[in-house]
Ligand binder design. Structure first.
Ligand code: ZN
Ligand code: ZN
Ligand code: FE
Length: 759
């Protein structure tokens, strides 16, 4: 079969104008037999190539290695789009309308030139941890207001010395107008202090390295906040960190000195390698390789099939990892669920019970920016947490300026629109603690200030109890509420640049529905300004509200009650717990009704005996994914869609019954897990085919599951349908703010069900 053509758009920010970049792109594209076009925009270069996906991928990978010597890439965002019939290759004239919306760059990983300097004993910046230049260094985390000039950054406290000033003023110099330019004589400095704040003697980096090697936990102030670090191969140190941070099993992210070591720990393809070394330098989720066991303690990621790994992205991390020489745990410096610490005094206070030592510096962090998380899915970069390196770069659109979106409750991000862009904030976390709510409010203020937009309307979730809904109501502008799953769908459509009509399959944990129940396994027909709920998973009662998300066995209890087989629950609860649970379900006390796909997956994970209690989000879903990945070639179970009802109901009862029988028979659990996932995929495809819509949009946290995403996309294509999924904006709730803006702009005139909020 001839592979389908695809269009790849790359938005490249950096030093890419006037350095021979566009002719280079022309050569690279034509050598790979790709059609396309390239043009300058106000802040960089935009490239589109069209051809077979393999060539487009080679093109993406060939840019960094082949770029002209004076070009420097500060950020490169790929976007896979439907082909639009490009032929030949054109260098388009630059737009002349002169309109330039303010662009604030993200923080950029250390460039090769700066790295060379800090490692060169003869250089005046040898060993200097705040080295940067026009092509690298902090941006978003130090900017107070625009335009981006040193007096409006947290570098204002550091007047440049003569040598730095000369570099800054010299158009031939790599540091010409590099706002955070600094050197050991004039720039920020490190200090290593104990929990009482007393400075320790000696070289801070060397002493920190020694302490880490001896098993200490050190809070390290980085670019966008503090990390808690410990050597990853020391089970005692990692266990101590878990105990002090009250973190039971959730895997820790790793900071690994180099790519060679990373290769031994995780499976790395060409795309993973590009991402690890990219200017964005995110945490890349890698499938664990057997060699990992020799390099890290089991306590780092107990039983987890994936490891989150990043390479050094700032001079301090480069110097520290070189001194330490072994992989380090580098987890956010926070208490569970609070935002990452940014301030020295705050860190000493909040992290005092966790860290043995604090590696501080005297440059204030203006806003916290966490490490981003990405995973390669279907041969594409998928951003799962959008923060350092990505935020606050915009998504392009054409719409109404001045809409402010306050996002959802969990994995909150906020956004603001201009006429041609939607600017998304960095990941702000769950709005469950006061510090998180504060960060959320500050991020809203910052968007308004940095992008110089006066909000005229506010978009938010339909949920009456979300903190973000309250922020919207208090903002003093008209509020439009967008149903949660509708927003998910619109976000995905916006980044794929498609318009309605489409069928959106939105599967996630929970979201407030227009009927006041908890949705999460939705098939929504997206229309001009609203949606129709075409189908959903069969609803079931969920006992124990919030606890259900942490206990897959509770989802199972609700599912079994729904199908009249509560007794199959077995010994997952004590007899007395079971009695209480049975009572609650019968009387409907303390239960909510849900169609959540996330909870359905949880319930089946418990049914299969894979996991009854989760210690962190998605633990059970990940376990199910990896169990299923071990099996192939299974027969899916029958799909039952009741179309006599409106909305249609996709029934999971036959699956649960068959899977239970399989467990009883002693069938291989991997086979059963696979059979379940394949049945979910069949269910999606069946409803999609019946919908009559050719375009199918996949969104929601469930589509972070590789097997579910790959299977659904593949089967939809076989059925002659066109699937679309997330790339730059997370499929999880981190993308909802974008969808809220789109939804509000569509609903300007016609209020629909989505803008009606029952109280
Ligand atoms: Zn540099
Ligand atoms: Zn200096
Ligand atoms: Fe969601």
């Amino acid at each position: 079969m001839k592979p389908a053509r695809t269009r790849l758009r790359l938005t490249v920010r950096g030093l890419v104008q006037g350095v021979g970049f566009r002719p280079f792109i022309h050569r690279l594209a034509t050598s790979l037999d790709l059609a396309g076009r390239v043009w300058n925009d106000g802040h960089g270069v935009i490239i589109e190539v069209e051809g077979i996906p393999e060539s487009a991928r080679s093109f993406l990978l060939g840019i960094e290695s082949g770029k002209p010597p004076h070009a420097a890439i500060h950020s490169l965002e790929p976007q896979w789009l439907e082909p639009c019939g490009l032929h030949g290759f054109e260098i388009l004239p630059s737009p002349t309308d002169g309109r330039r919306s303010a662009l604030v760059l993200p923080d950029i990983a250390t460039c090769p030139d700066c790295l060379r300097e800090i490692l060169d004993p003869a250089d005046r910046r040898f060993g200097y941890p705040f080295t940067n230049c026009t092509n690298c260094g902090p941006r978003f985390s130090i900017i107070e207001s625009t335009p981006y000039d040193r007096p409006r950054t947290s570098m204002k406290a550091f007047p440049m010395c003569g040598a730095c000033r000369a570099e800054y003023a010299d158009p031939e110099n790599r540091r010409f107008h590099a706002q955070p330019n600094a050197c050991p004589d004039c720039g920020p400095r490190l200090s290593l202090v104990d929990p009482s704040g007393t400075a320790l003697p000696g070289d801070p980096i060397e002493s920190t390295a020694t302490a880490l090697l001896e098993g200490s936990i050190v809070a390290v102030k980085g670019v966008g906040g503090f990390h808690l670090m410990a050597r990853a191969d020391d089970p005692d140190a990692v266990r101590r960190l878990r105990r002090r941070k009250h973190r039971e099993e959730k895997p820790f992210a790793l900071l690994v000195p180099d790519l060679e070591t990373t290769r031994r720990m995780g499976r790395i393809g060409a795309l993973e390698e590009r991402l690890l070394r990219s200017p964005e330098a995110p945490i890349v989720l890698l499938e664990r390789a057997p060699g990992a066991d020799d390099l890290i303690a089991a306590e780092v990621a107990p039983g987890a099939p994936m490891l989150g790994i990043m390479l050094p992205s700032n001079p301090l991390h480069h110097l520290l990892t070189r001194h330490v020489g072994v992989p380090l745990v580098a987890t956010s410096g926070n208490l569970s669920d609070e935002p990452i610490c940014t301030d020295n005094a705050e860190a000493l206070q909040r992290l005092g019970g966790i860290a043995d030592l604090f590696l501080l510096h005297d440059r204030p962090i203006v806003r916290h920016v966490d490490d981003s998380i990405v995973r390669v899915l279907l041969g594409r970069e998928t951003v799962l947490r959008r923060a350092r390196g990505y935020a606050p770069l915009p998504v392009s659109w054409k719409g109404e300026a001045g809409i402010l979106a306050t996002g959802p409750q969990l994995k909150n991000t906020v956004a603001i629109s201009t006429e041609d862009h939607v600017f998304l904030s960095q990941h702000l976390g769950d709005l469950e603690t006061e510090p998180a709510v504060e960060a959320h409010e500050q991020a809203l203020d910052a968007l308004v200030r940095l992008f110089d937009q006066t909000p005229t309307r506010v978009a938010t979730d339909l949920h009456p109890d979300y903190r973000s809904t309250r922020t919207a109501e208090n903002a003093g502008h008209p509020v439009t509420c967008i149903q949660h799953h509708h927003a998910h769908a619109l976000a995905c459509m916006a980044e794929n640049e498609i318009e309605s009509p489409a069928l959106a399959i939105v599967w996630d944990g929970t979201g407030y529905g227009t009927d006041g129940t908890i949705w999460g396994g939705e098939f929504l027909r997206i229309t001009g300004d609203g949606f129709e709920r075409l189908a959903h998973l069969r609803p079931f009662p969920l006992p124990g509200g919030d606890r259900a998300a942490r206990e897959p066995r509770r989802s199972l209890a609700g599912m079994l009650h729904e199908v009249g087989r509560f007794e199959l629950l077995g010994d997952r609860f004590s007899p007395s717990e079971k009695r209480l649970l049975g009572d609650a379900l019968r009387k409907g006390i303390g239960t909510v009704t849900t169609t959540s796909a996330g909870r359905l997956v949880d319930g089946v994970t418990s049914l299969l005996g894979i996991r009854h209690i989760s210690h962190y989000e998605a633990q059970s879903a990940t376990a199910l994914e990896f169990s299923a990945a071990a099996a192939t070639g299974v027969e899916p179970l029958p799909v039952v869609v009741d179309r006599s009802r409106s909305p249609w109901v996709l029934d999971w009862e036959p699956w649960v019954v068959a899977l239970h029988d399989g467990v009883e028979r002693g069938d291989d659990i991997s086979l059963l897990a696979r059979r379940f996932l394949d049945s979910l995929i069949d269910g999606c495809v069946e409803v999609a085919r019946r919908s009559g819509e050719p375009r199918i949009v996949l969104s929601g946290g469930c589509f972070q599951n590789r097997l579910l995403l790959e299977g659904t996309v593949g089967r939809l294509r076989q059925a002659g349908l066109q699937p679309f999924w997330h790339q730059r904006v997370p499929p999880n709730d981190g993308g909802v703010a974008l969808g809220q803006i789109v939804g509000a702009s569509l609903q300007k005139r016609l209020p629909t069900a989505s803008s009606f909020r029952p109280r």
